[in-house]
Design a protein around this ligand. Structure first.
Ligand code: PMV
Length: 351
C-alpha cells in the first residue's frame, strides 16, 4: 500500500458544554485548524507513533502489543487495563495519546495478521489542552487511518457509513482519554460544519447559516477536561435538583441559539447571541468551571462592546468572543492588544 494522509478539524463549543454530558443540547462548529496524520508502510513488524509537537516518538513490536480477541471487544474496561499494562513509556503529556493509539491498534487489528507494520506521524495546528478539540481531532485522524489500514472503509471515509464508523471508534479513543466524554468533540471533528448536538441523537447540521466572526483567546492556563467534568459531577451529586436546573437553563440557551441561526430575525441574531453568551458563561461560572484568566478576558472584551464565554471544559483553556459586525475594527484591535499584554494568545477566525 502507498503512504496516505488523513486530517480532521478542531472545534469550538458555542453553547452547552458540561450540560451536554447530562444529555442536554449543545451547539458547536468546526475550526479551520486541523490535525494531520501521515501513514507510511514498514516491513519490520513494528508500529511507530511520532508526535513531533509534543516530543513523542515511540515504537512497539507488533508481537508485544496486546492481543485482543473479537469477543473481548464487548469489555472495553478490560481492554483498557491490558493496554495500560503494555505501555511502559514514562508518564507525561503524551501518554494519553499513546494510550489511545495502542487501544485503537489493539482493537482494530484484533483479527489481523500482525507481521507488517507502519509509521504514523501526527502534526497538529491546534493548541493542546486548550479546549479546541485537539484530542478529538487526533483520535478521529487515528481511527480513520487505522480503519483504512484494516480495509474497513468502503468509500475512502467519505460515505455516511464510513463516517459513522470513524466517529464510533474515535469516541472509544476519547473514552480512554477522558473518562465520560459526551462525544461532541469527535462528532464535530468527524462531520465538520456547524452542529446542534445531543448525546444519543443524530446531530443536526446547521451549516446553511451565516458564519460568525469570533476571537478565540487561549489563556494558556492548563486544564484537565476529565477533572473538570468530574468536579461538576461531584457538585451535581451533592445538589442534584439545583444543578439539574442549571443544566436545563443551559439546554434552553443552546436550543434558542440553534433556532436563531438562519431564522427570520437574522438582523437581531448578534444581539440575541451576545445575551446567550453572557448568560451561558454565568451559568458555567456557577458550576465552578471558570477561572480568573477567563474572567479577565471577559472584562477586557466586555469594555470594548463584545461578549465572551469560556469554551470547552473551562478552568483555563480558551474563551470565545463574538465580534459584532458593526463593531469598529479599532475596538477589536485594542482588545487583541490588551489580551496579548496579559500573555494570552488570540486567534481571529470564523466559525
Ligand atoms: O475541553 P473540551 O473542549 O474537550 O470540551 C469539553 C466539553 C465538555 O462538555 C465539558 C465535556 C464533554 O465531553 O462534552
Amino acid at each position: 500500500w502507498s503512504p496516505f494522509v488523513v486530517s480532521a478539524p478542531g472545534k469550538v463549543i458555542l453553547f452547552g458544554e458540561h450540560a451536554v454530558v447530562y444529555g442536554k443540547t449543545a451547539v458547536a462548529g468546526s475550526l479551520n485548524l486541523r490535525a494531520y496524520a501521515l501513514v507510511t508502510p514498514r516491513d519490520d513488524a513494528t508500529v511507530r507513533l511520532v508526535l513531533p509537537d509534543i516530543d513523542i516518538d515511540v515504537h512497539f513490536s507488533t508481537h508485544t502489543l496486546p492481543q485482543i480477541r473479537k469477543e473481548d471487544l464487548e469489555h472495553p474496561a478490560e481492554i483498557e487495563s491490558l493496554v495500560t499494562e503494555a505501555i511502559t513509556v514514562p508518564v507525561g503529556p503524551g501518554r494519553t495519546a499513546i494510550l489511545t493509539f495502542v487501544y485503537l491498534y489493539a482493537c482494530l487489528f484484533c483479527s489481523e495478521d500482525r507481521t507488517s507494520g507502519f509509521t504514523i506521524t501526527v502534526r497538529s495546528l491546534l493548541p493542546v489542552g486548550a479546549g479546541l478539540g485537539s484530542s478529538a481531532a487526533f483520535n478521529v485522524a487515528l481511527s480513520a487511518a487505522m480503519l483504512k489500514l484494516t480495509g474497513q472503509l468502503s468509500d475512502e471515509g467519505s460515505s455516511a457509513g464510513d463516517k459513522q464508523l470513524i466517529n464510533d471508534w474515535a469516541f472509544r479513543g476519547e473514552q480512554v482519554a477522558h473518562g465520560t466524554p459526551s462525544g461532541i468533540d469527535n462528532a464535530v471533528a468527524t462531520y465538520g460544519g456547524f452542529v446542534r448536538y445531543r448525546k444519543g441523537e443524530e446531530q443536526t447540521d446547521l451549516q446553511s447559516t451565516q458564519a460568525l466572526r469570533v476571537l478565540i483567546t487561549n489563556t494558556k492556563v492548563p486544564k484537565s477536561t476529565k477533572a473538570l467534568v468530574a468536579s461538576v459531577r461531584v457538585l451535581r451529586d451533592r445538589h442534584s435538583p439545583i444543578i439539574d436546573g442549571i443544566m436545563d437553563a443551559i439546554h434552553s440557551i443552546s436550543t434558542k441559539a440553534a433556532n436563531l441561526f438562519g431564522g427570520p430575525d437574522a438582523g437581531d441574531l448578534e444581539v440575541q447571541l451576545q445575551d446567550m453568551i453572557r448568560i451561558n458563561h454565568g451559568l458555567l461560572a456557577t458550576l465552578g468551571v471558570s477561572h480568573p484568566a477567563l474572567e479577565r478576558v471577559r472584562d477586557i472584551t466586555g469594555t470594548r462592546g463584545m461578549a465572551s464565554k469560556l469554551t470547552g471544559a473551562g478552568g483555563g483553556g480558551c474563551a470565545l468572543t463574538l465580534i459584532p459586525n458593526g463593531l469598529p475594527s479599532a475596538e477589536v484591535d485594542a482588545a487583541g492588544k490588551e489580551l496579548a499584554e496579559e500573555g494570552f494568545q488570540c486567534y481571529e477566525t470564523n466559525v
